[in-house]
Design a protein around this ligand. Sequence first.
Ligand SMILES: [Zn+2]
Length: 196
Amino acid sequence: MQHNAVQMDRVQQETPKAGILEVVCGPMFAGKTAFLMRHIVEQQQLGKVVCVLQPAHDTRSGNGSIRAHNGKKMPAQTVEAAEHVVALAANASVVVIDEAHFLGGQLVEPCRELLKRGYRVMVAGIDTDHLGDAFEPFPALCSMAHAVHRLHGVCTQCGSPSTHTARLVQSEDRFLVGGAESYEPRCGSCFKRVPQ
Ligand SMILES: [Zn+2]
């Protein structure tokens, strides 16, 4: 019996606390980055070391920061590829990733690894592309998440909650970085009905 008790102690010491994954998704102009910023401040106030990551592809906010549409900025580290996420988070216990659609489906495994290691992870990004199709890594991450916050803005055509992002400029590229000059929020019905 004593032997079993020693073994249990060892198991408890070697098994890290299970991680927590939250997903913040939705169309552009829904307040996703502002939501992340509130989470970052809350975790810092709890004394946690927060690793804030932003994909290198997102050039809108410039290097070294995430920026919400309300103009607020916060420092962030640039991540070149999903495979670097775990190493960049080494000194933190909380990881926040903005604009995660730029990292694609390759982000799923690093997130699984962070959860195994007991991290609190929050991943934000656009979950449908300009054609209305699902954007990786969100289908997989939503199925793993402890909480999914799907945010919406306001449809520019009818004022209903926006669930889609309409592209206003001609481009076949799935990844076209832009702001209000290139995209606008629309509800599902105006997204289909009004030409882009
Ligand atoms: Zn509408």
